[in-house]
Write a protein that binds this ligand. Sequence first.
Ligand code: PAF
Length: 290
Amino acid sequence: MRIVHTANELRGTTTRPARRSGDRPSRAVVMTMGALHEGHLALVRAAREAADEVVVSIFVNPLQFEDPDDLDTYPRTLDEDCALLEPLGVDVVFAPSVDEVYPTGLPVVTVNAGRIGEVFEGAHRPGHLDGVLTVVCKLLHLTQPDLAFFGQKDAQQLIAVRTMVRDLAMGVDIVAVPTVRDVDGLALSSRNVFLSGEERARALILSEAVMAADAAARTGADLDEALAAGNAALAREPEVEVEYLAALDPVSAEGLEGDYRGEAVIAVAARVGETRLIDNVVTRIGRPLG
Ligand code: PAF
């Protein structure tokens, strides 16, 4: 496994043609901000299965942090991350500095997530999804993959990335990988390390809420009833400060209402103490899944 820090070094690592050769995609990328956990490793394993060459990027992207304290305290654990990646057969770790990715300072031209960047996550974290898309676009250009793997855990990010790739004809296949959970249901997140024992116990209410909504939908509940089931669960933890629990259209991220029937992302965001957490489940409203 080679660990490289510059775009030039990255270009030098390529052992195969950058684009699909024969019947197998040649290169897959997994983009991360480090502080790797089993959720990231699931992305890497899926990439390893799918492609000849796996590149993992590790870059804490300042453009997607609205709060400078959050950026400063974001865990940075490159050595531990590389130790986790090596046994998985990763070919290249690309861990650039901020100056390497943004050599002229903040980029003049950026990607705008449009309406997707204004609702739910976008409303609570203005500019966040623009920052994500800008760095994803840049990392796609630098790594030139056939496939790029993203976690379902960041459902709105996944929708935004898919939409960018579609609308700007970016020529890469985006593959979604299911959320990895602890045995008690808590979705894995690099931010979980900030939770005290008590907070971690409280944080379980996020997964319980989306699972309750999903369970209701599976037994035939309509959208309002499914969301009511999720809200009833959240009400059991009044100290958890809920930002939203909502049903999102899986393609546009618009909020779903009324008598909608079809696939829906039930998403929740909440603060547990100082830590902001998100979770979601993809369900179907209007008919039991069986
Ligand atoms: O999901 C993340 O870790 C980040 O948003 C990403 C996709 C690596 C972009 O910085």
